[in-house]
Write a new protein. Structure first.
Length: 294
C-alpha cells in the first residue's frame, strides 16, 4: 500500500535533508527578502525626513507598509514560514512603524517643542513596541473563537504609522492651523495610546471571508481606483484614508460588540439544549399499561 499523501510532512522531510547538507531552499529566503527591502524602505524614510523631503519620506513609509502586508502572505503561499522570518519581521516592523514615523514627525514639527516633543516620540516608539509584542503573544493563542479573528486589539502598528502622519498630509493640502505643533504633539500621543488600547479594530483577516459573486467586479474596481488615486493624488488619498480609518473605529467597536453578543447567545442556546437533553435522558421511561377496555 502507498503511504497517504501528506505534503506538509514531505516538506518537513525535505527541509531536514537540506539542513543536514547545509542548504536552505531559495523559496524560504523570498519572504525574508521582502522584509529586508521593507526595512530598507523604513530607514530611507528616516533619511528623507531628516533631509526635509516629506513626500519621499511618506512614500517610503507607505511602501514599507505595503511590503509588510504581503510578506506574510508570500511566506504562507510558498510554505516558507519560519521562526527566523517571524522574528525578523517583528524587528523590521518596530523600525518601520515605531521609529521612522516618530522621527519624521519630530524633524517636521515636534522639535520646536524640544524635550516635550521628544517625549512624544519616545511614547509613540514605546507604544509601538508594546503593540508588536502583544501581537506576537496573541499568535500563540490558538483557542480564540473564530469571530475574534476578524478583529485586532488596538490599532495595528502599520496603520498607526500611516495615520499618525495625518498632519503632514494636511500640510500638503494647504491646511494650516495656528499653534499646529501642540496639536501634533497631542495627536501623536493619542495615536500611540490607540495602538496599546483594547479598542477592537477591523483585521485584514476579514478579507478571507467570502462575499457574493456579484460583488467581486465592484470590489476590483474599488481596489484599482484606490491604487490609482494613491499614485496620482497621494497626499489627498492618505488624508482621506486616515480620516476614514479613524471614523471606522467606533464602527469596528460596535461590530465587535454585536459579534460578541451573538456568540454568547449562541453559546447559551447550545448549553440550554445540552441541559435539556441531559435532563431528558435521566428520566425513567414510562412503562406501557395494559388497556382494561374491552
Amino acid at each position: 500500500m502507498f503511504p497517504p499523501f501528506d505534503p506538509d510532512r514531505d516538506d518537513r522531510k525535505l527541509r531536514q535533508r537540506l539542513l543536514v547538507r547545509g542548504e536552505v531552499p531559495i523559496r524560504v529566503l523570498i519572504p525574508n527578502i521582502f522584509t529586508l527591502v521593507g526595512l530598507c524602505a523604513g530607514l530611507t524614510a528616516i533619511r528623507m525626513g531628516i533631509e526635509h523631503r516629506w513626500d519621499m519620506a511618506v512614500a517610503a513609509l507607505v511602501f514599507a507598509a505595503f511590503l509588510d502586508g504581503i510578506d506574510g502572505h508570500v511566506a504562507r503561499l510558498l510554505k516558507a514560514s519560519t521562526r527566523f522570518g517571524a522574528e525578523l519581521d517583528s524587528l523590521a516592523d518596530f523600525v518601520n512603524f515605531g521609529v521612522a514615523p516618530a522621527i519624521i514627525l519630530f524633524v517636521w514639527s515636534l522639535e520646536d517643542l524640544r524635550s516635550l516633543g521628544w517625549v512624544a516620540v519616545l511614547i509613540f516608539a514605546v507604544c509601538s513596541a508594546l503593540r508588536l509584542a502583544r501581537f506576537n503573544v496573541s499568535l500563540s493563542q490558538t483557542d480564540q473563537p473564530v469571530w475574534k479573528k476578524s478583529f485586532f486589539v488596538g490599532v495595528p502598528a502599520p496603520a498607526g504609522a500611516i495615520i499618525v502622519l495625518l498632519p503632514i498630509y494636511a500640510q500638503d493640502l494647504g491646511l494650516h492651523w495656528p499653534s499646529l505643533t501642540p496639536l501634533v504633539l497631542l495627536y501623536t500621543i493619542a495615536v500611540a495610546l490607540l495602538m496599546v488600547s483594547n479598542v477592537p479594530t477591523f483585521s485584514i483577516k476579514m478579507v478571507g471571508q467570502r462575499i457574493h459573486r456579484e460583488y467581486v467586479p465592484p470590489l476590483f474596481v474599488l481596489a484599482a481606483l484606490f491604487v490609482a488615486l494613491l499614485l496620482t493624488y497621494p497626499a489627498q488619498t492618505l488624508f482621506v484614508g486616515s480620516l476614514v480609518y479613524l471614523a471606522l473605529l467606533p464602527v469596528s467597536a460596535y461590530r465587535y460588540l454585536l459579534a460578541k453578543r451573538k456568540a454568547e447567545a449562541f453559546s447559551k442556546a447550545q448549553n440550554g439544549a445540552g441541559t435539556e437533553r441531559d435532563t431528558g435522558s435521566d428520566e425513567e421511561p414510562e412503562t406501557p399499561r395494559m388497556s382494561t377496555d374491552l
